[in-house]
Design a protein around this ligand. Sequence first.
Ligand SMILES: [Zn+2]
Length: 377
Amino acid sequence: MSTTGLINTGLKTTGFYWHERCFWHDQGAIGVFSSPGEFLQPQAASESPESKRRLKNILEVSGLIDELEVVKPPAATQEDLLRFHTPRYLKMLAKDDARGGGNGGDCAPFMPGSWAAAQQSAGLAVAAVEDVALGKVANAYALCRPPGHHAEADQGRGFCLLGNIPVAVMRARALGQVKRVAILDWDVHHGNSQQSAFYADPEVLTVSIHQSGNYPLDTGRFEEQGEGAGKGANLNLPMPPGCGLGAYQYAMETLILPALDAFAPDMIVVACGYDACAKDPLGKMLLNSGAFAEMTAQLKALAERRCSGKLVFVHEGGYSEGYVPLCGHSVIQTLAGSEIAVPDPQNDEIAAWDYQALQPHQQALMDGWRQQWEQNA
Ligand SMILES: [Zn+2]
């Protein structure tokens, strides 16, 4: 328990929020990315419980979980969900779940039991945000499933049924637990859930770094910067495929960290997908576990300087069942300031791949965005 992280954060620990029920969410035999058909052999969905369960398991095996405050909170209430979602959509989920399954909207299929899992998943984010806001834990990691960062007010999208982060942040703000919140989404897909939830809200900064035009196809452009009073409080960095360690480092240092810093948040929430890793079947980026640890360390340092270390990680996508656990362990180790590491046999090899360094076309894009963002500030 004598780690630098714990000392820095006033002897409080990192909270770890999980529930077995979340792993029981079942999407049915939808195929790896679309409905099976004449020439697509049925296969488990890309978004499977395995990547998350293996992350939980590696924490057990390494012993890191024994340094965390493990919490199994209740499911989110209807009142909490209704701050973001429409009554029509919630009713539909409950009804279809009871009938034998359904589809939340755009590629969000589910089977019986998923409604309970989704409410539980939102409950993990709710408790993590509340406990960090109230200072019960120093920072937190919520192992949410189903993920939430594509779910919109009136429909599920992209494997997501409920907007875990909007539900948790809206609740904490409604209860006066926190005022200004910055949300960073580094999942390889655009964080349209948070963007849509807070698009007109000047007190919630939403930032998303993602592979341009991967999913959803209709959102995530740099030009989407908020509306009304919220203009200037939404920053999208739609990156070209093939971005590696150098591009993400440059994005963090020149755009993301300065934007978060300038916003002066009371809390930072990370939509933590791992599908920008080099081993992901749905993303085309090149990160390794060391990059996720480094970005976490940068955010932790910023949070400690800006908002008493209040930092909440909410698990989103990531479809490499072998590699997500290694990336997740390095993030949680960094959050907890623990010395318990697990070796990543892929880390150095990925780092040695060609084109990991910042490429001219990547820098040109980001320099252009920075100029425009600073002009509009
Ligand atoms: Zn994703």
